[in-house]
Design a protein around this ligand. Structure first.
Ligand SMILES: Cc1cc2nc3c(=O)[nH]c(=O)nc-3n(C[C@H](O)[C@H](O)[C@H](O)COP(=O)(O)OP(=O)(O)OC[C@H]3O[C@@H](n4cnc5c(N)ncnc54)[C@H](O)[C@@H]3O)c2cc1C
Length: 420
């Protein structure tokens, strides 16, 4: 029997809704004459987290839960960029054998415990699900397959060679925007996090230690530590770009609402998709959601990232290609059978060595960065946030060894390069 469909009714406070106002909301002011403070000696360190994507939200949540006085600065609205437009797919062991193994495993488990704590299934569509890979060759007619197959009934297009690549023990999903917004609401209500809508312009540094952030318009917020979690926009800050490269990879997605949502079972699909006109196979992903919607993503390319996240729009060709994928995969997702609820694009934050950058910047006490999570930011958000909170408050992370992700690795590379 198909599981009941969930509908989510989240009433958002104004700062969680998209806004074009650059004017920050009032914040507590601190004396600018106060000397720089050591966050490790102050009973309640003041931390400003910049960026309201999944990484910033998780960091703010764990910092505040562990006793910091936290302000989250977001330019537009919480989860307005990749963190609101991602698939929300989670995997326990898909990063095994690589640098992300311990981060991903810790984060998959943290997602499970957060879902328990925050009523994740009801509030942001957390659910374990099965995951299949399959090959789909687009034909001009997209005839449904005939006869019995190992595919779920709704996957009635020309899909073949299905293989189970994840089970309910190893793969799960969240609705990423609802996840971020639920977490920040909890952080505000229970742990006193303040959200300021404003654009970070500058990090104030006095005698080698962070003492404030300055927003567009000149407003300063004093702080003992700053966490820069600006996703691909980290690359726009010289403080960071002089040390390492962060760039954005533009990826597209569509959200469909089929007429018969109860026919769609919780199976995530990873496709090798051969377009009818030939060319290289594509690798789109299809995620049914417990809201009754079906999310499909793919079609990525390197592109210039606009300053304003609200100005990111999808390329028509890429969106059309995703609609053809929907058409080929299932008769339930065809034009006329499913309403298009969203067609959109966003940017994956990428680094040159493919690993995230999580840690304190060399030479600036109290200035931390967390970015470069590429296609696994929703999965790795919780462990990144928990580890960052430990690093800022205790000077060391125990949940995950962050050495591999330290921004200092780029200094070593730069020095080696110079020696050569
Ligand atoms: C199509 C697609 C599908 C994906 N699917 C998955 C998936 O299934 N599972 C998974 O684990 N990951 C997935 N990802 C990856 C994931 O979405 C990203 O890794 C993650 O969202 C990055 O989060 P972030 O917080 O670093 O950045 P972002 O979400 O980009 O957030 C950065 C925030 O910083 C704000 N900002 C920027 N500049 C400033 C400034 N000057 N001042 C204040 N605020 C500023 C922005 O407005 C934005 O809100 C997907 C990504 C894409 C593109």
């Amino acid at each position: 029997m198909a599981p009941p469909l969930l509908s989510f009714r989240v009433t958002l406070p104004p700062f969680l809704r998209p806004t074009r106002t650059a004017e920050p909301t009032p914040i507590r002011s601190f004396s600018s004459a106060s000397p720089p403070m050591d966050p490790h000696s102050h009973p309640k360190p003041r931390v400003v987290v910049c960026g309201g994507g999944v990484i910033g939200v998780c960091t703010a949540y764990f910092l505040a839960k562990n006793g910091a006085v936290v302000t989250l600065v977001e330019k537009s609205s919480v989860a307005c960029a990749a963190s609101g437009k991602a698939g929300g797919f989670l995997a326990l062991d898909w990063c095994d054998g690589g640098p992300l193994e311990s981060l991903a495993r810790a984060s998959f488990n943290l997602h499970r415990s957060l879902a328990h704590e925050l009523d994740g299934p009801a509030s942001y569509g957390y659910r374990p699900l099965n995951t299949l890979s399959l090959t789909v060759t687009e034909s001009q007619t997209s005839k449904p397959h005939s006869g019995k197959s190992d595919l779920p009934d709704w996957v009635d297009g020309p899909g073949r060679s299905p293989r189970t690549i994840g089970t309910t023990a190893t793969t799960a999903q969240v609705h990423p925007q609802l996840f971020c917004r639920t977490l920040i609401s909890k952080a505000i209500e229970d742990y006193g996090v303040q959200v300021v809508i404003g654009k970070l312009e500058e990090v104030g540094v006095v005698e080698g230690r962070v003492d404030s952030v300055v927003l567009e318009g000149g407003r300063a917020i004093n702080s003992d530590a700053v966490v820069l979690a600006l996703g691909p926009w980290c690359g726009k800050f010289e403080l960071l770009s002089s040390l390492f490269r962060v760039y954005g990879l533009k990826a597209h997605s569509i959200v469909l609402r089929p007429k018969e949502p109860e026919a769609i079972t919780p199976h995530a699909l990873f496709l090798s998709y051969y377009p009818a006109q030939g060319g290289k196979p594509l690798d789109p992903e299809v995620y049914p959601r417990p809201t009754g919607e079906v999310y499909i993503c793919g079609m990525s390319s390197q592109a210039e990232i606009p300053d304003n996240p609200e100005e990111i729009v999808g390329n028509l060709e890429s969106i059309e290609a995703l609609k053809r994928v929907a058409n080929s995969v299932s008769s339930h997702l065809r034009e006329g059978e499913a309403e298009v609820k969203a067609q959109q694009a966003c940017f994956l934050p990428c680094t040159d060595d493919g690993a995230p950058v999580i840690g304190e910047l060399p030479g600036i006490k109290g200035c931390y960065v967390a970015t470069g999570h590429n296609c696994w930011g929703i999965l790795n958000g919780p462990a990144t946030g928990a580890a960052m909170a430990e690093l800022v408050l205790d000077g060391q992370a125990s949940i995950v060894d962050l050495t591999r992700f330290s921004p200092a690795r780029f200094v070593t590379i730069a020095k080696k390069g110079l020696r050569r």
